[in-house]
Design a protein around this ligand. Structure first.
Ligand SMILES: Cc1cc2nc3c(=O)[nH]c(=O)nc-3n(C[C@H](O)[C@H](O)[C@H](O)COP(=O)(O)O)c2cc1C
Length: 168
């Protein structure tokens, strides 16, 4: 079974769609999920009671904080990552190399590394594309080999799973 680093940030629909349209279908395709949430995404799923259903999609712990020095690493090192949904905030921070939470630390550590595939599906307000730094952030990530996809709220998020290499 191949490992998939599944990372999510706090975008609208996270509580209703992330587990149903990404985590469960990815597991059904044969991926072993190593899930990491941004602190805000974790707070949202905690508040809506969705963490248990998400945790049931994987035998690995769902992460949202960094480990303490001396603690064992709770996740394997996947060669394939899916960052979805990715917020404008997290996209910008990843492009700039900021690593102020576990999700961004994880992705920043492997961004551009040989043999690593990262698919990033972002969901943003239409007005965000006018921000002067936005295009540069996307270009930075694309230049590093990240496969970018803009989520359409009217379409199932599971469509983005087709951008991953085969699980088996
Ligand atoms: C109900 C709600 C829905 C949101 N949806 C989005 C979204 O779809 N895309 C986005 O970029 N930010 C969205 N935001 C704003 C992010 O949650 C906010 O920028 C947050 O700081 C992002 O943190 P994170 O990237 O660490 O998860 C939303 C906020 C709320 C309260």
């Amino acid at each position: 079974m191949r490992d998939l680093g599944l990372v999510a940030s706090s975008c609208g629909g996270l509580d209703t769609r992330f587990t149903a349209e990404l985590a469960k279908p990815a597991a059904a395709r044969g991926w072993r999920l190593a899930v990491t949430l941004t602190p805000t995404a974790h707070r949202w799923l905690d508040a809506t009671g969705g963490l248990g259903e998400l945790a049931a999609t994987t035998g690995l712990p769902v992460r949202h904080t960094g480990r303490l020095p001396g603690e064992p690493r709770p996740h394997p090192d996947p060669a394939v990552f899916l960052f979805a949904p990715a917020s404008a905030n997290s996209v910008a921070k990843l492009a700039l190399g900021l690593a102020d939470n576990q999700a961004l630390t994880l992705l920043g550590d492997v961004l551009g590394a040989p043999g690593v595939t990262i698919v990033l599906a972002y969901q943003i307000q239409d007005t965000r594309v006018h921000h002067p730094a936005w295009r540069r952030h996307l270009d930075t990530l694309a230049d590093a080999g990240v496969r970018l996809h803009r989520l359409d709220p009217r379409r199932p998020w599971s469509e983005v799973l087709d951008l991953l290499p085969p699980a088996g």
